[in-house]
Design a protein around this ligand. Structure first.
Ligand code: AMP
Length: 541
């Protein structure tokens, strides 16, 4: 027997219409490179998205077309996502921090046919244009006066394109499984892989994001996504914020401590999200300037392991709650969130910190298990580690135009490539990326745990641990450290600090001090680059 409820497809234009109708006056504030921020509202964003959708249709773009954006966070970028998806085409975020050849490879693989870009990225676009023959329209996200003097074919100002369209354009009825957005993984091993989100996955993911133990967006919140929209579906924030009726503050390309603090204060931001490297810079800025952020209630930190010391600094010193989250492009991206339970909230401070430094629990909509390499499920005892596998309505089921890459098994489980433990309370702890695990004497050493601990040392700004070849043990850990400005520490101090806090055989064989640690285009420590740099490193005997 079938249920007798309405068939109401879960599509993205409904999210925007909801925001426009019920939270129409809530603002979207976009930081400008010069001068005051630009202000708009959910109501205006919806009308302009309709106009843009209609203009794209008039220019011959149709359902299924991939339309790329090369842009930082702004209200115009948000309008593009909704307009493109609303017509049944696919928004495709390109990462401007990649090399032009990498961007062009991704755009060509995706089959992009139009490119919307920030005018200050025009130099990159000029390099890209000859490499992307399929792109037949270039749109600079500005008005006619701001149009860059770039030698680009078929270049138009965004405001002129919007003006071509009809604000009464009716969103077409779309099947909820229609493709909606496309984002490529960072591709640290092999070519980048395309993750093709559907309307349904984006809507369900936004509902997941709004729930109280996840991002907990509400209509009272002012959300500043530091995480760029080109990283992992913008963590779903453009949809979750609209669904909740939150105010959005969009920072553009300036993501340094001073620029963000100004926006946090002037716009009374309550909630923000980014990778740990951004918060390292922010903590330094807060320390140096003595700035307080009285409005900021919560910081979501994910994309890489959040060091325990960082959680302690924000919570104890600045009174801002940290929510540690794990996810990946293939998961839209939320996988787990470290919000506390009645039991863990009652723990003493240090133990609470231990819990918060772990990656957290999956929200409803994410199934999770760990297996050995043969695929046999391993116990959820908090000790045994194995390949982390996930399933859910916002988890990729295949890669776009890439049938060879198949980390998916017959039952639909996706192998995340992470190694993790699960405990009986449902808390997941990432021990490593499978390829970063250090294999010493047949046992595994977690680079993430040593890094987190090393960063609790008062003189350490950033730390990375890699495995280095060893004649007897196969691999041994090498600790690479960046010291805080003006601080000093010797190898012996750091090793003494670690000793007793981790198993004896986990203590690194050597510590090297460097000026900086390389980061990827999404702000993660580039272990591959470090492994190359220290490939011939000889450990002391
Ligand atoms: P991306 O798809 O580029 O966001 O990369 C996803 C990968 O980042 C995951 O598979 C993890 O290896 C890593 N990652 C994301 N969040 C965390 C976290 N909180 N702790 C440890 N690793 C993380």
């Amino acid at each position: 027997m079938k249920g007798l409820m309405q068939d109401w497809p879960l599509t993205v234009p409904k999210v925007l219409s909801h925001a426009a109708r019920f939270h129409g006056s809530r603002e979207l504030v976009s930081a400008a490179l010069e001068g005051a921020p630009a202000r708009t509202s959910w109501e205006s964003v919806e009308i302009r998205a309709r106009r843009l959708a209609s203009a794209l249709g008039r220019r011959g773009f149709s359902q299924g077309d991939r339309i790329a954006t090369l842009a930082f966070n702004s209200a115009r970028h948000i309008e593009c996502w909704y307009a493109v998806a609303g017509t049944g085409a696919v928004y495709h975020t390109l990462n401007p921090r990649l090399l032009p050849e990498q961007i062009a490879w991704i755009a060509n693989h995706a089959g992009d046919c139009a490119l919307f870009f920030d005018p200050f990225l025009a130099d990159i676009v000029v390099k890209l244009a000859p490499l992307m023959p399929g792109v037949r329209l270039y749109v600079a996200l500005t008005d006619r006066a701001g149009l860059p003097a770039a030698a680009l074919p078929d270049l138009i100002a965004y405001e002129d394109l919007v003006a071509e369209g009809d604000g009464n354009f009716a969103w077409p009825e779309l099947d909820e499984n229609t493709a909606c957005g496309l984002c490529y993984t960072s591709g640290t091993t092999g070519d980048p892989k395309g993750v093709l989100y559907s309307h349904r996955s984006n809507v369900l993911h936004a509902m997941m994001g709004c729930s109280a133990d996840t991002l907990a967006f509400t209509a009272k919140d002012t959300v500043l996504p530091v995480v760029p929209m080109f990283h992992a579906n913008g963590w779903g924030i453009p949809f979750a914020a609209a669904m909740a009726g939150a105010k959005l503050v969009l920072p553009g390309p300036r993501l340094d401590g001073a620029s963000l603090c100004r926006l946090f204060t002037e716009e009374k931001v309550t909630l923000t999200a980014a990778v740990p490297t951004v918060w390292l810079g922010m903590l330094r800025h807060l320390d140096e300037t003595g700035t307080r952020l009285p409005h900021l209630k919560k910081i979501v930190i994910g994309g890489a392991a959040c060091p325990r010391a960082m959680i302690d600094a924000f919570e104890r010193k600045h009174g801002i709650e940290v929510v540690h989250s794990w996810g990946m492009t293939e998961m839209s991206p939320i996988g787990t969130v470290g919000s506390l339970t009645a039991t863990t909230e009652a723990l003493p401070w240090e133990q609470r910190l231990d819990v918060k430094a772990r990656q957290g629990r999956p929200p409803f909509g994410v199934e999770m298990k760990i297996t050995d390499i043969e695929g046999r499920e391993l116990p959820r005892d908090g000790v045994t580690s194995g390949r982390l596998k996930v399933r859910g309505p916002a988890v990729a089921g295949a890669y776009f135009r890439n049938a060879d890459a198949s980390p998916f098994d017959a039952a639909g489980w996706f192998d995340t490539g992470d190694v993790a433990t699960l405990d009986q309370d449902g808390i997941m702890t990432v021990t490593d990326r499978a390829k970063d695990v250090i294999k010493s004497g047949g046992e595994w050493i977690s680079s993430i745990q040593i890094e987190s601990l090393a960063m609790s040392h008062p003189a350490v700004a950033e730390a990375a641990v890699i495995g280095v070849k060893h004649p007897k043990w196969d691999e041994r850990p090498l600790l690479i450290v960046v010291l805080k400005p003006g601080q000093s520490a010797a190898k012996g101090d750091i090793l003494a600090f670690l000793t007793g806090k981790i198993a004896k055989w986990w203590v690194p064989d050597e510590v090297v001090f460097v000026d900086s640690i390389p980061h990827s285009a999404t702000g993660k420590i580039q272990k591959t680059a470090l492994r190359e740099r220290f490939a011939g490193f000889v450990l002391p005997q």
